[in-house]
Design a protein around this ligand. Sequence first.
Ligand code: ADP
Ligand code: MG
Length: 306
Amino acid sequence: MDEFELIRRYFKRNSDAYGVVAGIGDDGAVLAPDTAQQQVQVIDTLVEGVHFPHDTDPADIAYRAVAVNLSDIAAMGGRPRWMTLALTLPNANEQWLESFAAGLFEAADEFDVALVGGDTTSGPLVVVTVSITGEVRPGAAVLRSGAKPGDAIYVTGTFGDAAAGLRLLQRGESNDDLVQRFLRPTARIEIGAALAGKATAAIDVSDGLAGDLRKLMAARGVGGEIQIERLPISDALRLAGSEEQQYQWALCGGDDYELCFTAKEDAVANIAGLTQIGRVTRSACLNCTLNGDVVEVNDSGYRHFQ
Ligand code: ADP
Ligand code: MG
């Protein structure tokens, strides 16, 4: 199967997608963005053995590659529109490609994003780069830099599931809610779009809540205080380890792809699915408490402050 045939068979679909004048098959895609909107551009690469285990189901690799990009669009308050895919493969295995394309279009269809082009090359490892263009109302994009002292700090969904899931996956378990949370992160597009023009700052949590919240605070030179006991923990995670282990996964485990953002409480009072975990402060550090006790949180977990 040559490259042309591969693209035609697995990636080219007839569609009348939003704003697509010319899609796959030309030297470039021609798009007709809404001129009354601003565009949000994101890109992310997943490398075999680095971002996913070697034996990961190709449908999950593809779904995840799309989802992590959607998550960046969500964090900016945008709506995803168009996607390109650069795919490097050691060989063109039909079964692998079929599964990969199924996962890719599952995510694309779920979030209404059109695949409009890409590049296919051979190389020693599977490398998947997805780029997505989204749209957002002018001036409404949520940047990292807008947190103000006194703003409330919120998160979406539950935390720690993906980190626990990755551990289970590495032990060979796959049919588990927690594993699914790692393999198929839920991009918070609807909540993200609802936050446009309302949240003061936002980040999607890929590297762990404590670290990513510190990035959000640092972008403005402010600090924060959070109450660890407020962190949303799923029922599945509660069954997976001690309370200390749960909080450790929730604070320091990556890959949840939930949103963490700051806002005035009034501005987001009508949005469902949020948990307030703390508040932005003037000091330039993140203070964490657990049931009133000050605890120190670093990359490997937390400990009670002596
Ligand atoms: P060129 O020779 O102009 O670089 P290619 O042969 O790489 O073109 O690609 C032909 C067409 O197929 C282009 O429209 C390109 O965007 C699209 N394409 C290539 N690889 C992929 C892919 N993995 N997914 C989606 N579209 C792809
Ligand atoms: Mg060309």
